[in-house]
Design a protein around this ligand. Structure first.
Ligand SMILES: Nc1ncnc2c1ncn2[C@@H]1O[C@H](COP(=O)(O)OP(=O)(O)O)[C@@H](O)[C@H]1O
Ligand SMILES: [Mg+2]
Length: 435
């Protein structure tokens, strides 16, 4: 019992020491940098990482990636998309002109279905560009991590067998020791201990498989990481370990994620994928939240417009073909009928009904609006508390206190996320009422 407690204490101390080292390293790095801006960025990043580390069950790190070509990649006049059998290719992105330079940390933003995965898959060589060129720097070594990558695992094989095969396939290109003991040790650093290295992958959970794929990627020491929504299938501990490792990663990084906390902690610049193009995103991540809201609204309106159009088209021919509803939308608008003398009375009734409906709607809106106001208030209170905590973090604090502040910041971030989600749902409901 005592021993257990002591072990837990020791582990915590170890973690705090690691955290302190990490912060010192970042501070040293930041003070070497000329621009004050990068110092601010480093501090911001540190603030995000402190809570992650304080609670992490295990950690891993990417090894130094060695030489990094610069530019790593240049894309010119390219179109990306899918080649279809017996049909014209389906182009998703056009006019892509981008370079990826050594050391860049790029967050890829964009609403669902806009082509983020298409972009990343093409860069990862999963498919070719439809037009234009993608030129790779000499020595480019890509590590790609995405949902479908879990399919590369062989269900009958064990983690150790996967590692052995990968080591063999890489041959002389391997940068890590390839002996079985070394591979076991490496797997251990990813929480594959004891019997687990000998367990068939097919019997493992999604999170465990994802952890194995991640381990295999790290082992190859990539200098360009392409991560497409990496946290979706990771358990909490691995997610935090990944966030930590990404922070320390010295290579180049492109990350697609909906996790704003992760984007904020890991990326310095952002690309926006939307409406068929890839552009710079100049705003911050709060602007991005607003953008997503606007985009969702625009898409809803487009869907509504499409329904309206099919409704009025359908009014003309004798046989109306039911249109597939693109999304949950407002009820069909009945084409207005020109009012005649005879229908004037009915019009008055309709107007009265309209007033009643408006009254009813206002009643329905009230609680929604009230809750939105409450959320806004809470968000602004959180903002104030967060600013205070961040200021404290910027000072020299005892490590234990840093961990406390970090934990609180993390709790606040989680609350903000919940509130924002609720806020979105409420504004959605409001809009549906107004439609
Ligand atoms: N294998 C495929 N064949 C044809 N079209 C595809 C394929 N995969 C995705 N798409 C289409 O490409 C568009 C962009 O998808 P995707 O890159 O997955 O978007 P995002 O990652 O931004 O959500 C979508 O309209 C999607 O339907
Ligand atoms: Mg995607």
């Amino acid at each position: 019992h005592m021993e257990q407690q002591q072990a837990a204490f020791g582990k915590q101390q170890e973690k705090i020491a690691h955290l302190q080292k990490f912060i010192d390293r970042f501070k040293a790095k930041a003070s070497k940098a000329k621009q004050a801006q990068s110092r601010v960025k480093a501090l911001e990043r540190m603030e995000k990482v402190a809570p992650l580390l304080a609670e992490a069950d295990f950690t891993f790190e990417f090894k130094e990636p060695g030489n990094i070509p610069n530019p790593m990649l240049s894309i010119s006049n390219a179109s990306f998309g899918y080649r279809m059998e017996d049909a014209a290719p389906r182009t998703i992105l056009r006019g892509v002109n981008r370079s990826v330079l050594a050391g860049q940390r790029i967050g890829i933003l964009g609403a669902n279905g806009q082509g983020k995965s298409t972009l990343v898959k093409t860069i990862a060589r999963e498919m070719g560009a439809i037009a234009g060129t993608v030129t790779e720097g000499k020595g480019l070594n890509i590590g790609y991590f995405a949902q479908q990558e879990l399919d590369v695992l062989r269900p009958q094989d064990t983690p150790l067998e996967h590692m052995v095969r990968m080591a063999r396939d890489l041959g002389a290109a391997a940068k890590e020791p390839t002996g079985e003991q070394a591979l076991r040790g490496f797997l251990g650093s990813f929480n594959f201990n004891g019997d687990m290295v000998k367990q068939a992958v097919g019997t493992m959970s999604g999170g465990e498989k994802a952890r194995l794929v991640l381990a295999m990627m790290v082992w190859q020491r990539p200098n360009l990481l392409l991560l497409d929504e990496p946290t979706n299938h990771l358990d909490l501990a691995t997610r935090e370990a990944l966030a930590m490792a990404l922070n320390e990663f010295e290579g180049t990084l492109m990350l697609v994620s909906h996790d704003r906390a992760l984007l904020r902690s890991v990326c310095d610049e952002f690309w926006m994928v939307g409406r068929g193009a890839v552009t710079d995103f100049d705003g911050d991540l709060d602007d991005y939240q607003r953008y997503l809201l606007d985009e969702a609204k625009r898409q809803r309106e487009e869907a509504k417009e499409a329904v309206r159009k099919t409704a009025s088209d359908a009014a003309a021919p004798a046989i109306a073909i039911p249109a597939p509803a693109p999304a949950p939308v407002a009820p069909l608008q009945v084409p207005t009928v020109e009012r005649t003398e005879a229908s004037a009375g009915a019009g008055r009734d309709q107007r009265r009904l309209g007033a009643q409906e408006r009254q009813q709607r206002a009643e329905q809106e009230k609680p929604l609006k009230r809750e939105i106001a409450r959320i806004d208030e809470r968000l602004s209170a959180i903002g104030t508390e967060k600013a205070g905590l961040e200021q404290r973090l910027a000072q020299r604090l005892p490590a234990a206190e840093i961990a406390d502040v970090g934990k609180r910041l993390k709790a606040l971030a989680a609350e903000v996320e919940r509130l924002e989600e609720r806020w979105l749902a409420l504004s959605d409901q409001l809009e549906t009422l107004a439609a």
